[in-house]
Design a binder for this molecule. Structure first.
Ligand code: GLU
Length: 515
């Protein structure tokens, strides 16, 4: 037998935003298609017209693009198996329905909504172990049908399930599973208005689009049984199925939109999560790259991905690990890239800093790359570079701890005033920045510079503190508080180097005067 080219699809309904679960399903199909050298399709299941919206559709497309999940066929990319919107395929469903009616695999059902509701209530009241359609119209004689039609009753089309047949399936993730068709009722395929229901449209399209593998959430497992029988009825081969386990919250329950840290994919984008990190984290929800590595690129995932390697157990969503992952990516970027990518969140940084002080700004950003996990966290950390900060709670404590510290601050202000510290923003720092790369590390060689470098600032400071006769640790806390308004941040000598002479002297004097 000639094996067909692998073709996989993601088939979202545009009734809400793209969430983590949907993104994972899309990603696993995408990765499997790429790994198998096949095609990845995007099909829009928009038959729920009351709930489908253009905004949801755009959100899903944008979310997939943002994650780097590209499709070979689908909206905007015709691959000869379209249209890729179900509402544009109604004639295909009608034609398939006619075939199934003719072969007896489908029958019209004239039951009213009232009757179906009453039946349901009855089954519930009787605590019936089985709730579903009772097959009332399954055996209607031709004359009865004709009579219903004459009275203008409109029929749903139902699929005639084989009675008590054991269906054996092999699922790539769940293994061998048996289901008795007794557990499933005759389900509605097509409504009177010609709009298909999910299982029916899905199979007609999987056939028409030559889908070979279906990877989707395990909530569709029983649908897979119904679909398999429909493939048979239509004389088509059923794709290989892989039903992936649920994503769980920290308590082990099904993940919900209300769980902490759960957002739509585009909300992660808007809050400054790097897309590679979100991609990487989602990939790990049920699949592992290797025993000792969690951080990998899209290409590495594609090279390693196998559907069969997806775990059977539900994966736990851990917002802390997602944040950690974001930090891992951010710290690996060159500072210039970090600055460019953080730009949308840096509205509070003066525009000139990006042009006249670009190297200085990159150096400043570099000092924070190991300290942030989201790009949006950068702006509030950079404020002290541009304006004298009001000390926060911790800084105020550090300034108040030792009454003698005011004298040290005043004395160091004068020492710095007489030093060769670099100029302060917005003065011209062009002679400084390119040479000294921050964050400065003690073991890194420091090039000669026309101004004091972090290494020399440290040496001078230590000598100064020794002359004062105070403990170095006691000295640096109030100094940091005076210069940055906080007790956190990059190394103190990076701070002094970045701030430059005028700003350091002004802030130390102000703190010494208790302003
Ligand atoms: N529209 C369905 C869903 O979003 C697709 C399921 C499938 O992949 O067959 O759940």
């Amino acid at each position: 037998m000639i094996h067909p080219t692998p073709r996989l699809r993601f088939a979202p309904s545009p009734t809400g935003s793209l969430h983590i679960g949907g993104a994972r399903t899309a990603m696993y199909n995408w990765a499997a298609a790429r790994a198998l050298g096949g095609a990845f399709l995007l099909r829009i299941e928009d038959t729920d017209q009351a709930r489908s919206t253009e905004a949801s559709l755009q959100g899903i497309l944008d979310g997939l693009r943002w994650l780097g999940i590209d499709w070979d066929e689908g909206p905007g990319r015709d691959g000869g198996h379209g249209p890729y919107f179900q509402m544009q395929r109604l004639d295909l469903y009608r034609a398939a329905a006619e075939r199934l009616l003719a072969s007896g695999h489908a029958y019209p059902c004239y039951c009213t909504t009232d009757r179906l509701e009453a039946l349901r209530e009855q089954q519930k009241a009787a605590k019936s172990s089985w709730i579903g359609y009772d097959g009332h119209c399954r055996t209607l004689a031709a004359e009865q049908r004709a009579e219903h039609e004459r009275r203008g009753l409109r029929a749903n089309l139902r699929f005639r399930m084989p009675e008590a047949q054991v269906v054996r399936v092999h699922d790539l993730i769940r293994g061998e599973v048996e289901v008795n068709t007794r557990e499933l009722d005759d389900w509605v395929m097509l409504r009177p208005d010609g709009v298909p229901l999910y299982n029916f449209a899905c199979v007609v399209d999987d056939i028409g689009m030559r889908i070979t593998h279906v990877v989707r959430g395990e909530e569709h497992f029983l649908n897979g049984i119904k679909q398999r029988l429909l493939f048979e009825a239509l004389g088509a081969e059923c794709p290989v199925y892989a039903h992936i386990p649920l994503i769980l919250n920290q308590q082990g329950a099904k993940l919900s939109k209300r769980d902490p840290g759960v957002m739509g994919v585009l909300e992660y984008r808007d809050q400054g999560y790097p897309p590679e990190a979100v991609f990487n984290y989602i990939a790990l929800l049920g699949w592992g790259f290797s025993g000792d590595r969690d951080v990998f690129t899209r290409e590495e995932m594609v090279a390693a991905f196998r559907i069969e390697a997806v775990g059977k157990a539900g994966a736990k969503f851990d917002p802390a690990k997602l944040h950690w992952m974001c930090g891992e990516y951010i710290r690996r970027w060159p500072p210039a890239e970090c600055l460019d990518r953080a730009r949308p969140w840096l509205g509070t940084v003066p525009a000139a800093a990006f042009t006249t002080h670009r190297a200085w700004l990159e150096n400043s950003v570099a000092c924070f790359q190991e300290r942030i996990q989201l790009l949006a966290e950068l702006a509030p950390k950079l404020g002290w570079l541009f304006a004298d900060p009001a000390p926060d709670e911790a800084a105020r404590r550090n300034l108040a701890k030792d009454p003698a510290s005011r004298q040290w601050l005043a004395a160091w202000a004068e020492a710095l005033a007489a030093s060769d510290l670099p100029p302060s923003w917005p003065q011209d720092r062009a002679g400084v920045d390119e040479r000294v790369r921050l964050p400065w590390r003690k073991d890194a060689p420091e090039p000669a510079c026309a101004f004091a470098t972090p290494a020399r600032i440290e040496a001078d400071c230590r000598a100064f503190v020794e002359r004062l006769g105070v403990k170095f640790g006691s000295f640096v806390h109030p100094v940091r508080a005076a210069l940055t308004g906080t007790d956190k941040g990059p190394g103190l000598f990076d701070v002094v180097f970045l701030l430059g002479k005028d700003a350091c002297v002004r802030r130390l004097r102000a703190a010494a005067a208790g302003v």
